[in-house]
Design a protein around this ligand. Structure first.
Ligand SMILES: C[S@@+](CC[C@H](N)C(=O)[O-])C[C@H]1O[C@@H](n2cnc3c(N)ncnc32)[C@H](O)[C@@H]1O
Length: 393
């Protein structure tokens, strides 16, 4: 059996939901998700690149009851490097008050012992700190060096070495260098689009449809993952933006193995089967979020905005239900408002979903009593509430 660790991203619950869908059932250990599988992961970099919620993937090589045994294991692993100079980093997790001392000792001891064995050695950790994932990426530690992870698990220590780390530059390119951007009506962060698509599709290739495609973030990520993609939007500009961005993805990223089926202009509340060249299998969208806000809205404005959003949302979910097969997956982001000490959600959403014959697939440790997870930044007024739904009979 092979054991792997996945370092969870900024929104750990969403990362866990994504990993569960893509790599299967695992165990959460502090900031990590651990899986045990029969076969080795054959292309860890490809897997890493498809996981929006994972920061790095590491393979477990040892489990020992003392830190000195772990140090010896690190030595034998690093000592096998052919390179004259060993570049490495070590990060400790779940350690108590002794963290800084233990880390400092380990880094210095390993460096000293490597040198005593006739090797050049350099560690890239800043003094007394775990290494940052950006540094692992920039120093190319998964290719030219070694990044070690040590987790304290009860009385034992788990040792793993990293196979792949998040490619920060690629996400930034996809977010900021795309030809069409629409900051006004809002754009999903590419990582969140990836997570939502993965929760909906698992590790199957599918036909992904976004009825509120905006500038096409969901479809760009789905296309990169190899899915067939379809999108529509009520706005002509959004349709053109999505087409431009999908063309750009196809031309710039040779790994984009999916296929664009059709992008068309349509009101999501009046969609019919006859609007589609082929039938979508899963639906992923961030719908209309209401007006963009610079200050928290008073009660009457909040109610009006939510009413407008609800009308479009329910119209769309009703129409989409007619198009999809039974038991199809739908992952959506809807708005909520974040006040100073209270959050405001779309009321009656659960009852209305039931009336439309949707089942909510509750996320583990959901953030709300209705099974959803929340995605927001501290300074934002409008956050996103993420639901995983299934059509029923
Ligand atoms: C928040 S944006 C979606 C952004 C998109 N997820 C992205 O990352 O680019 C919402 C989109 O919903 C579209 N929209 C609003 N009402 C609609 C409706 N009734 N039918 C279809 N699209 C609608 C808007 O034109 C806008 O492009």
């Amino acid at each position: 059996m092979h054991k792997y660790l996945f370092l969870l991203g900024r929104q750990p619950k969403l990362s866990i939901a994504e990993l569960k869908a893509v790599v299967g059932e695992g165990k959460v250990i502090g900031e990590f998700y651990m899986i045990e599988i029969k076969n080795e992961i054959d292309d860890p970099i490809k897997l890493q690149n498809m996981l929006g919620g994972t920061i790095k993937i590491a393979k477990i090589i040892s489990q020992k009851s003392s830190l000195i045994d772990i140090e010896n294991k690190c030595m034998s692993y690093l000592g096998n490097h052919d390179d004259a100079k060993v570049i490495f980093s070590v990060s400790l997790y779940n350690f108590a008050h002794s963290f800084k001392k233990d880390l400092n000792n380990l880094l210095k001891n390993i460096k000293r012992r490597l040198k005593a064995n006739g090797k050049g050695a350099r560690f890239v950790n800043k003094p007394f700190e775990n290494v940052r994932s950006v540094t692992i990426y920039e120093e190319r530690l998964c290719q030219k060096g070694t990044d070690m992870t040590i987790i304290k698990l009860g009385r034992e220590f788990v040792l793993a070495y990293s196979l792949a780390v998040q490619n920060f530059k690629q996400y930034s390119i996809r977010d900021y260098d795309r030809p069409a951007r629409d900051a006004k009506s809002g754009m999903l962060p590419p990582k969140l689009a990836q997570i939502m698509t993965n929760i909906a599709c698992g590790n199957n290739l599918s036909v992904v449809y976004d009825p509120f495609c905006g500038s096409g973030t969901v479809l760009m990520e789905a296309l990169l993952q190899g899915h067939q993609v379809m999108g529509s939007d009520i706005s002509e500009k959004a349709v053109n933006d999505t087409k431009k961005n999908l063309d750009w993805i196809e031309n710039k990223f040779s790994s984009a193995s999916g296929q664009v089926i059709n992008i068309f202009q349509h009101d999501a509340t009046t969609l019919q089967k006859s609007d589609f060249l082929i039938m979508p299998k899963v639906v992923v969208f961030e719908g209309y979020l209401g007006p963009s806000l610079s200050k928290f809205p008073p009660a009457n404005e909040r109610k009006k905005n939510f009413k407008d959003v609800s009308e479009v949302l329910f119209g769309a979910l009703k129409a989409v239900n007619e198009i999809l097969d039974a038991y199809a997956d739908i992952v959506i982001a809807i708005p909520f408002y974040k006040g100073r000490d209270k959050k405001y959600f779309l009321a009656n959403f659960v009852e209305l979903l039931k009336n439309l014959n949707y089942k909510i697939i509750n996320f583990d440790n959901s953030d709300t009593s209705r099974g959803s997870l929340l995605y927001y930044r501290e300074n934002q007024i409008v956050g996103r509430e993420i639901f995983h739904l299934k059509t029923t009979f």
